[in-house]
Design a protein around this ligand. Sequence first.
Ligand SMILES: Cc1ncc(COP(=O)(O)O)c(C=O)c1O
Length: 398
Amino acid sequence: MIGTDKLPQLVATPRLVYDLDQLDKNIERMKEIQRAVPNLTVLYALKASYAVLPYFAGKGIVGEVSSLAEALLSNNQLGGKSHAFCVAIKESDWEALAPLISHISFNSLTQGERFAARAVKSGISSGLRINPRHSVTPEDDYHADYDPTQPGCRFGADINELPQQLPSWVEGLHMHALCENGSVDDFRAVLNALEKGVGHHFHRLKWLNLGGGQLCTDESFDTGAFIETLNTFSKRHPHLSLYLEPGAAWVWNAGTLEAEAVDIVENNGVNTIITDFSFRAHGSDFLVGSAIKTLPLEVEGFTLVEEGARAASSPIKEHLYNFGGASCAMCDTKGVYHSDREIKPGDTLFFRQMGYYFDVTYSWFNGIVPPSTVFKRGDTYQLVTERAADQFIGTIGL
Ligand SMILES: Cc1ncc(COP(=O)(O)O)c(C=O)c1O
């Protein structure tokens, strides 16, 4: 660990800084929930952040993985075997995947038929993902893009189209229906839909995986009601092991992206702060997917303002900025934000809540160097992963 004043020498911007005290709080919340619900294990869905894995290592956290590569990563960083949900497992991946996992949720009955007998031989418990077809996400919410409960969705067997009797290889059912959802009522609603739709199969199952998306580490989350809901459900089905697999909640509020304002470009009265990272290249879906308009940034000293605020009649005229990424993509921008001060080239900008679904999407588009990873406790820092321009050629395999 080194002191704050050394940070610029330690690692240049852009750097993604994780606050270890916040990660500790999040981990403790997960363990609290786990302790309070006897049959429950809260898995960590690796897809939310790879950068934090070295900190999660050795803390008894079990990974949930989406692919062979993530299973290798989980085994390497967290140790032990993980739970897997893969959209489609390739024949050529199975042999390598099998020794790394203890549970698997197949996305379709066909995938289960293909691999379940081999799963038994490897001591893996097999389950089937189902689509509970109960949406709690309003259509106009940007989370609707991520709502996997729509009819015809490619994830899971539709709850209304399951065979009367599930195949004998199905030892568990998996559903994932929430996205960044802090409402215990919504969680209870999908749980009720699951019980109503497939509760008659529960007696012959060993486990249920209730998916991720629960924002159980947010300050406003009603942990008591969540625990009560899980315990009430568990008491009705005491033979079932329960799993949750949140991702974002484990790293909630813990990651700040520190970036440099390299230039301020002024054209037609529009001021754009050009950063030394790229919204497009480094936060490809999370920041600039179809959510670009509605997903606000949390930037220290800045507030989001209405587009019309630039008009002459607006009371706010000064210090209005767009943010512009360093890439050539037109859509690599976010705006409009009001700053409490004038921004000058060389200033450091602090983008909060960049610790989830961000580092996992880094690309080297335009050769723009992705952020390095730094862990922080109080005002001391530890460099975890340094990224620099001389790594570029290696990453594209030339
Ligand atoms: C199957 C599955 N499980 C878990 C998660 C983790 O969700 P979250 O990070 O919102 O908790 C996702 C997210 O896409 C998912 O698709």
